[in-house]
Write a protein that binds this ligand. Structure first.
Ligand SMILES: [Zn+2]
Ligand SMILES: [Zn+2]
Ligand SMILES: [Zn+2]
Length: 362
């Protein structure tokens, strides 16, 4: 098609906000079609188009300047130009030309359109198109679309693996394949850590509840165990935390009478009770009048060890466990949102201690 001076307009470009002046530039698209446009509009919407328009030309001054936008359907270019003038894009255009518009907005640095397209394509993601969209997102540097693609793949790995797109990537794009697999691996690990963490938090709050029950049993007594100077009352009903309290009472009764403990033969239940007394002593803030058995003894022992410069790895682990239980107690009384940072800190190191102490009544 030869250049014409009478500005034929085979494709309607502007729906509104048309500048009053006649078009002064022609956009040449694939297939040689020409779309009249306004230089001022193109230049203000895209720095890339601006530099293309302002490039020195060899043409005679009478011939209108042209800008080439090739490689995408002519209608997509028309929609693109319409956006540059009206800053709007219809949903049906995004349905048909979303991919092309993303490429154009990326190539010509039209940020607003790029965001619109990225969002529109995200909303149109399917298992069948997700690999194509992932490649497109990478090509056009669209991080939000890229992330959404990865997440969709992660949540539908089995189905995505059956698509043609994935087979193509496996055969021709090992780098992208590796990137996807790494992402999946990373997210799986994160989920695992999160689950483990939630599990541990529940263990810490169980321990914190056990501490509350221990204090309540030793101070006022519950259904079957109470302080020696208080007569057990048979008609006392179960307390509010009876599930934990009952197990603890059984354990205390066992501890009081176990022969293996007395004989020093080692008893796992007594050992658990022993650890619970020690844990209580570590978090107990009653300086003198604590009614929990062994509280004072443990405190004195801890002070002696402190003087003697004791400690070491085991001691550090115990301190960490104490901190976690104290914080679980504070959380449960204040119902504060859990602090992520603290939760992530060293959460592996106390697991053994917890497993020894928990299961009050195995
Ligand atoms: Zn109770
Ligand atoms: Zn025992
Ligand atoms: Zn105490």
């Amino acid at each position: 098609m030869s250049p014409t001076n009478n500005w034929p307009s085979p494709i309607p470009v502007y729906s509104d906000q048309i500048p009053a002046d006649p078009p002064d530039v022609q956009v040449v698209t694939s297939g040689g079609q020409r779309i009249p446009a306004h230089r001022s509009v193109l230049a203000s919407a895209s720095p890339v188009l601006e530099s293309m328009i302002n490039r020195p030309r060899n043409h005679r001054s009478s011939s209108p300047p042209t800008v080439r936008i090739l490689g995408v359907p002519c209608k997509a270019v028309a929609v693109f130009l319409r956006f540059l003038s009206a800053a709007k894009c219809r949903e049906e255009d995004l349905d048909k030309y979303g991919i092309h518009l993303l490429v154009l907005s990326h190539a010509f640095l039209v940020t607003q359109l790029k965001q619109i397209c990225s969002k529109a394509l995200t909303e149109r993601l399917t298992i069948d198109n997700v690999i194509d969209m992932l490649q497109l997102a990478r090509l056009c540097d669209a991080p939000s679309l890229h992330l959404r693609c990865m997440k969709l793949i992660f949540n539908n790995v089995k189905s995505v693996e059956k698509t043609e797109g994935w087979k193509f990537v496996q055969d021709h794009d090992p780098f992208l394949e590796l990137q996807v697999l790494q992402f999946i691996n990373e997210l799986q690990l994160r989920k695992k850590r999160r689950r483990r963490h939630i599990h541990e938090q529940s263990l810490y709050s169980q321990l914190s509840e056990a501490m509350e029950c221990l204090e309540h049993i030793c101070a006022e007594g519950c259904t079957s165990v109470g302080p020696c100077d208080v007569e057990p009352t048979k008609d006392r009903g179960p307390c509010g935390k009876f599930a934990t309290c009952e197990g603890l009472q059984l354990l205390i009764r066992h501890f009081a009478t176990c022969r293996k403990r007395v004989g020093g033969g080692g008893c796992s239940r007594c050992n658990r009770m022993w650890q619970l007394f020690r844990l209580h002593s570590s978090i107990c803030d009653q300086p003198v009048f604590c009614r929990v058995p062994l509280c004072r003894q443990f405190k004195m022992k801890a002070q002696e060890e402190k003087k003697g410069g004791g400690g070491g790895g085991d001691d550090e682990r115990w301190k960490l466990l104490v901190r976690k239980v104290v914080s679980a107690r504070a959380m449960s009384s204040l119902s504060l949102p859990k602090r992520k940072k603290e939760l992530e800190e060293d959460h592996e190191s106390t697991r053994d201690d917890i497993s020894i102490i928990l299961e009050l009544e195995a």
